[in-house]
Design a protein. Structure first.
Length: 289
């Protein structure tokens, strides 16, 4: 098994200074890991480090600012992890933006922002850290945050978000067998409503992707969203993630409330799929095995 303990492991968590990322970080530290919080927002980093102050935990946590869409900066961060820790053992691709807005008003700026962070950040994490994790030979684990919203037929205003998160899920499913050969586990986190700061999307959008955006009004409204008390605590998600990693689970799912909608979507796809066996041969031609 790629990860059978968190003791002495080095974990790099993007979007790690708030919400789900911070909840995962707290659990990892409690279980003995050294954690690096990578986050776009310095104010979030300052708040997060303050939560670890005292109690003998602050030495287990460090942080750096990182825009996960900036490949040059991401490469610098990976080199820093190699220099300081001899490489990481755990990568959590958690950084994301809760993009939503009127589909017919979406512009390239909105697509580039949503896919650039939610999918591009995951791709950059895999690309920069996979070689490092393979080279040091210690094995490891990669967790990427998708969404239960990617597994159901959603509302049009969430189309960019859902599509970018669905791509994350399919990517992780596909790469898992090959990385298993290198003793690196792969999991995809599929969360429902969790107490987080993902509604601060408008503050995380770079200036060049604000110009011409069709989602400005929607993001301003979203920024005023009140976090519901009944939403899941981020540390509860963190424990689910940690336990899922130890089991090398492919899917780590937080909420059961989406199950019927997920079933309906799967049922619709299956019912649209022909039973003609002659089709299978053509599909098999695309498989190497």
């Amino acid at each position: 098994m790629a990860i059978d303990t968190f003791e002495g492991k080095v974990a790099f968590i993007t979007g790690g200074a708030s919400g789900i990322g911070l909840g995962i970080a707290k659990v990892f530290v409690e279980r003995g890991a050294q954690v690096v919080l990578a986050d776009l927002r310095q104010d979030h980093i300052d708040d997060a480090l303050g939560e670890f102050a005292g109690g003998g935990k602050s030495n287990a946590v460090s942080a750096l600012r990182l825009d996960v869409t900036n490949r040059e900066k991401y490469r610098d961060a990976a080199r820093k992890m190699q220099d300081e820790f001899g490489g990481i053992d755990i990568l959590v691709n958690n950084a994301g933006v809760g993009l939503e807005g009127p589909l017919l008003e979406a512009t390239y700026a909105d697509y580039d922002f949503g896919f650039g962070v939610n999918l591009g950040g995951v791709i950059n994490g895999f690309t920069e850290f996979m070689p490092q994790m393979i080279a040091h030979g210690r094995g490891g684990h990669i967790v990427s945050t998708s969404s239960l919203g990617a597994e159901v037929v959603g509302r049009p205003n969430m189309a960019i978000y859902a599509a970018s998160k669905a791509a994350v899920c399919h990517f992780c499913e596909a790469v898992k067998p090959e990385l298993a050969e290198k003793d690196i586990g792969v999991s995809v986190l599929l969360p429902g409503p969790v107490k987080s700061r993902i509604h601060e999307t408008i503050d995380n959008r770079p200036e060049h992707l604000r110009q011409g955006s069709g989602f400005q009004a929607s993001e301003e409204k979203l920024s005023r969203r009140i976090i519901a008390e009944e939403w899941m605590e981020a540390t509860e998600v963190g424990n689910m993630v940690a336990d899922g990693m130890l089991a090398n689970a492919t899917y780590i799912v937080t909420h059961g409330a989406y199950k019927d909608a997920m079933r309906e979507r799967c049922k619709a796809v299956l019912e649209a799929t022909p039973d003609r066996r002659e089709e299978i041969g053509r599909f098999d031609n695309y498989r190497e095995d």
